[in-house]
Design a protein around this ligand. Structure first.
Ligand SMILES: [Ca+2]
Ligand SMILES: [Ca+2]
Ligand SMILES: [Ca+2]
Ligand SMILES: [Ca+2]
Length: 385
């Protein structure tokens, strides 16, 4: 029985391909990036963040190794290469990480979510090329899924918002020095998955945008921040079929932050436009690759319009979808073959050529790949004067 099930799962993508032949006009686009570095990680690397953690002006990387309950910290050399990683032990099944300076010493710290332990752990940046786990383990609530940091009560200390499977978002107010108050929950109209922060209504208070997926209501809900750590949940907005990932993007350049969600099971992405009056309008879904896992936004071709990069887990590709600047995106996306089961994506200028690069974790090969700009790389090198 199991064997047939597995066979069925293998055939499923094929059947889906037969079911939806690519459109005749869809021509192949030349890749924008090439793989210029491959770094060894721990087991099953997943979620990935980039930041200059040691303040040497070179971007660094932190990747969660979900398979061996650790994270790897790679310090950047500023030329697209990285030092050998330092590895830190997490709780069981780390799946998500957020960066903020929790003890306000100037060095960015980490908050990391452990799915099986249903816990959040804080790792303070020692400033000497490492992190130190806070002894205290936070318990935000039952089945935490995702987390994000922001200063919700405007006291200068970062706070946390954690999505909980059973229709809640937990808010943990930071007390400084890496400590937090007990969680306070806000009820949601569906099962929250991904969440991001920004000021979506221009009242200078940080809000939280939450994707809702699962068996009940689906879409996007905003938690309007009041500036004192409390939130007012918005109505439910349409925001994709089963949105699991959500990113901020000003898709039409009007200064209001819009959202893009990706629906992993439906191979679709959705732009959710911010009307600027506290409401949002979702545009027609557009195609992603197979099983889009993580999404990041940046202007990759330098035309001033924000583009998207998506990891297509079962296709072993990442695709760059170019933005038109009006909330819509060019079809087909530009595909780049990476390695097996790409997951986490981070975007930054790792080699300091003023062009955006991409880092992607490949789960089944325990690799972190660095992709840099293909053609312009040489030409943009500074010339001797
Ligand atoms: Ca650095
Ligand atoms: Ca710090
Ligand atoms: Ca705060
Ligand atoms: Ca606001």
């Amino acid at each position: 029985m199991r064997k047939y099930l597995r066979l069925g799962l293998l055939l499923l993508p094929l059947l889906m391909l037969w079911g939806c032949p690519p459109s005749q006009s869809a021509k192949k686009m030349p890749p924008l990036f090439i793989i210029t570095n491959a770094l060894d990680t721990g087991k099953e690397p997943s979620f990935l963040v980039t930041k200059d953690f040691d303040l040497d002006k070179n971007l660094d990387l932190v990747v969660l190794n979900s398979g061996d309950h650790t994270f790897s910290y790679f310090r950047g050399n500023g030329d697209g290469s990285f030092k050998d990683p330092v590895v830190f032990k997490t709780g069981a099944d780390p799946i998500c990480i957020t960066v903020a300076d929790f003890n306000t010493d100037g060095f960015p710290d980490l908050a990391e979510l452990n799915y099986r332990d249903q816990s959040v752990q804080i790792f303070l940046n020692t400033g000497h090329g490492g992190f130190k786990s806070m002894g205290e383990v936070l318990h935000p609530g039952k089945i935490p899924i995702n987390l994000v940091a922001g200063d919700f009560n405007e006291d200068g200390i970062p706070d946390l918002a954690v999505s909980l499977r059973y229709h809640k978002v937990a808010i943990l107010i930071g007390k400084g020095a890496g400590y937090f108050n007990d969680p306070v929950t806000v009820p949601m109209r569906g099962q929250p998955t991904g969440l991001v922060i920004d000021d979506y209504n221009g009242d200078q208070h940080t809000d939280v945008a939450v994707a809702l997926a699962g068996s009940g209501n689906v879409g996007v809900q905003i938690l309007w921040g009041k500036g004192d750590g409390q939130f007012e949940p918005s109505q439910l907005f349409r925001g994709g079929g089963q949105p699991l990932t959500i990113v901020n993007i000003d898709a039409n350049g009007d200064g209001w932050t819009d959202l893009v969600t990706s629906s992993n099971s439906l191979h679709a992405m959705t732009t959710v436009m911010n009307n600027g009056d506290g409401t949002f309008k979702s545009l027609r879904d557009f195609a992603a690759g197979e099983f889009p896992k993580f999404v990041a936004a940046s202007d990759f071709d330098g035309d001033g319009n924000v583009d998207l990069v998506v990891s297509n887990a079962t296709q072993d590709t990442i695709s760059v979808t170019l933005g038109r600047g009006d909330g819509t995106f060019v079809y087909p996306p530009v595909n780049h073959y990476v390695d097996e089961y790409p997951q986490g994506i981070a975007v930054g200028d790792f080699n300091k050529d003023n062009l955006m690069d991409i880092a992607v974790s490949c789960r089944d090969k325990n690799l972190l790949l660095i992709l840099t700009k293909k053609n312009l790389q040489r030409a943009s090198l500074p010339t001797a004067s």
